[in-house]
Design a protein around this ligand. Structure first.
Ligand SMILES: Cc1ncc(COP(=O)(O)O)c(C=O)c1O
Length: 412
């Protein structure tokens, strides 16, 4: 069978296996991994979750092992509606909430109902590689707008929207991670939030707010959710339990205007029918008992210490001229090495693993159009503090060595 004749266009030729590679590296024996955006094992509240799971199986066993409603259990949607108000200042109701199998499924479902091949999607540059791959799978044309230390450069977005309009193009959506962005760790400031929402509304483009890390602040002051700033229903909110409870539950949620939520439910029916019933009941009970909130509080403390250890290590060990983001929350920092001829962090990853037993994600994975060769994402959440200190020292040595060599290469 010649499979290549049968594959649809996004799947012809070499498959993009960046995410699978990150997963593989993160599990390799003896390697200190700054690659996967995982919570650390000691963030999980295993004894409490075990008790909850046990109680769910005793009291609601038949429901937990059965299919559930496609939109998710009403009680969980009700709980999330209240959580959206208390945590994010967003007024919503269960009819606007769809439970998904992770936030990534939420994004995929949105693409299924909104994106046709050739449609334009606007992303931050850099952006979350899972989202970029999802847009590519739906054959969207990705327009990148750069970020700086205060998040998406909204003035550049305004220019881009105007240019696109002149060419008769109305983007289908703007995808943003406004708080503790993946990969950069940056946060959109308050004035830009207002401008962004107004701009999206003025051009009639839905704004997808991915809030995966938004509750994990350990420094600075809260910024409002875009969905709370918006009064028109133009913001679609993506939430996930992955970073605040457990990615193993595979549970997220979408908050969308009712007309859109109904479409998402219809398309989810053909996708996985429903998210796991056991997971939903466990997540709900963990929420009600305050386990999620306690986990968030404890995670903030751990993340703060780990981020500080990582930033101090970068400052000490990385090559002169390196720039990095000092994050106020979330899982990541973003490093920009001096640009020298031939430097490609993605290509160097295998060598870093082989020579120094340390892993990261190369910058090119986070751009749709091939930038980021001198950048890398480092996750400080997953490794322990001692591993951070040792791993950053090794990585600093690796890049110093590499840059010294690279400078000997004649430019051009
Ligand atoms: C910004 C962002 N959005 C979404 C996701 C996907 O999360 P989930 O596990 O809920 O699918 C991730 C996971 O790393 C992420 O970093």
């Amino acid at each position: 069978m010649n499979w290549d004749d049968l594959f649809t266009p996004p799947w012809r030729g070499e498959a993009n296996t960046d995410i699978a590679e990150v997963m593989r590296l993160s599990e390799m024996e003896g390697v200190i991994s700054f690659a996967g955006g995982f919570p650390a094992a000691d963030m999980f509240r295993l004894p409490e979750v075990r008790e909850v799971a046990d109680r769910v199986l005793v009291e609601k066993g038949a429901q937990a092992l059965q299919y559930g409603p496609t939109a998710g259990f009403a009680a969980l949607r009700e709980y999330l509606a209240q959580r959206m108000l208390h945590r994010f200042g967003v007024k919503t109701g269960p009819e606007e909430i769809v439970i998904t199998t992770g936030a990534l499924q939420g994004l995929d479902l949105l693409c299924r109902v909104l994106i046709e091949p050739g449609d334009t999607v606007i992303t931050e540059a850099p952006s979350y590689m899972g989202a970029l791959q999802t847009f590519a799978t739906h054959r969207a044309r990705i327009e990148e707008v750069p970020i700086d230390e205060a998040g998406l450069q909204v003035d550049l977005l305004a220019e881009r929207l105007a240019e696109l309009k002149e060419r008769g193009i109305r983007p289908k959506l703007i995808y943003t991670i406004p708080t503790f962005q993946n990969p950069s760790g940056t946060t959109l400031n308050a004035s830009r939030r207002r401008l962004l929402v107004d701009l999206a509304n003025a051009y009639g483009v839905p704004l997808v707010e991915d809030a995966a890390y938004a509750e994990l602040r350990f420094a600075g002051s809260e910024e409002p959710a875009l969905k709370a700033v918006d009064g028109t229903g133009g913001v679609i909110f993506l939430g996930t339990f992955s970073k605040i409870l457990s990615p193993g539950l595979r549970l997220g949620w979408v908050v969308a205007p009712r007309a859109l939520a109904e479409k998402l439910i219809a398309v989810k029916q053909t996708n996985d029918q429903c998210s796991g019933s056991l997971s939903q009941l466990v997540a709900l009970e963990c929420g009600r008992r305050g386990i999620i909130d306690r986990q968030i509080e404890a995670s903030r403390v751990l993340l703060k210490e780990k981020a500080a250890a990582m930033v101090a290590g970068i400052e000490k060990h990385f090559p002169a001229g390196t720039r990095w983001v000092d994050p106020q929350g979330g899982f990541f920092t973003w490093v920009t090495l001096p640009a020298v001829d031939g430097l490609d962090t993605s290509r160097l990853l295998k060598q870093a693993v082989a020579e120094e037993k340390v892993a990261y994600v190369g910058g090119r994975s986070f751009y749709a159009h091939g930038r980021g060769a001198n950048q890398l994402r480092l996750c400080f959440s997953y490794p322990g503090r001692a591993e951070i200190a040792a791993g950053i020292e090794r990585l600093g040595r690796f890049f110093r060595k590499h840059l010294e060599k690279a400078e000997l290469v004649p430019q051009g």
